[in-house]
Ligand binder design. Structure first.
Ligand code: AKG
Length: 251
């Protein structure tokens, strides 16, 4: 149901328009021809699976900064040091981080451009962060939530969801109905977060989503969050505020 957008679409104008429409209607879409190679996605997933196998004490070296959000470290290199990643794994993670960050910023710029704004680098200096998720689904957890319904706080999330195991569901804002985001190998799922809704004065949808356990198996996902600006406030472009669209959020 959610749109699949081909990023190799020849016309920038049409592509940007499609991204904007999907962002306003769903806050969620899949992308194909996204430029992150299949081999890099595969190597990244292999690396993540291996790092999850590290002993508990090793994983605990990684600072737990945000409550309930798993392990988090300041940089990919620090994370790799803490988890005793091999040099190949480090290389994979750095390459993946760079590719995903580039894609996230490209999508953010396209969204900005789609509104005809002159200034297009709102998000070019924003940090990205990873979250790697491993779901230990068991027969007794089938039908139960793996991740509760939530929105992401950043501007945009790039999700490499499990290519075999489903469970991700997004809520259609207008009806409250849930739609499954079924696995589709070699694609990435994009979710817009709270910062996108705030920045666009309510035009873009911060998609509510959750993960349900569908089958008793392991599910792995890699979420990369492009956050809003860190050292300045998120400024709502004046083009988004007029009599028909009063300011929804306090600066
Ligand atoms: C998150 O990490 O915020 C997610 O929503 C994960 C989604 C997934 O595992 O597919």
């Amino acid at each position: 149901i959610i749109p699949t957008i081909d990023l190799k679409e020849v016309s920038d104008k049409i592509l940007n328009q499609k991204i904007r429409e999907a962002g306003e209607r769903w806050g969620c879409f899949r992308v194909i021809n996204h430029g992150v190679t299949l081999s890099l996605m595969y190597e990244m997933k292999k690396t993540v699976i291996d790092l999850f196998e590290r002993p508990y004490e090793v994983k605990m070296r990684n600072t737990h900064v945000l409550p309930e959000s798993g392990y988090m470290a300041p940089t990919v290199n620090t994370f790799c040091d803490q988890l005793d990643a091999s040099s190949n794994q480090r290389e994979t993670m750095l390459e993946y981080a760079k590719a995903i960050d580039g894609l996230a910023k490209d999508l953010a710029r396209r969204l900005v451009e789609s509104y005809g704004l002159v200034e297009t680098d709102y998000f070019s200096g924003c940090p990205s962060l990873f979250r790697i998720n491993k779901y230990h689904f068991k027969p007794e957890t089938v039908g139960k939530p793996g991740v509760q319904l939530h929105t992401d706080t950043g501007f945009l999330t790039i999700l490499q969801d499990d290519e075999n195991v489903g469970g991700l569901e997004v809520m259609d804002n207008s009806s409250g109905t849930f739609f499954p985001i079924n696995p589709l190998p070699n694609t990435l799922a994009i979710n817009l977060g709270d910062s996108a809704t705030i920045w666009s004065n309510g035009r873009l949808c911060n998609v509510k989503h959750r993960v349900q356990c569908k089958e008793a198996t392991t599910r792995i996902s890699i979420a990369s969050f492009l956050l809003g600006p860190m050292d300045t406030d998120l400024e709502v472009p004046s083009a988004f505020v007029d009599v028909e669209h009063p300011r929804l959020y306090k600066p």
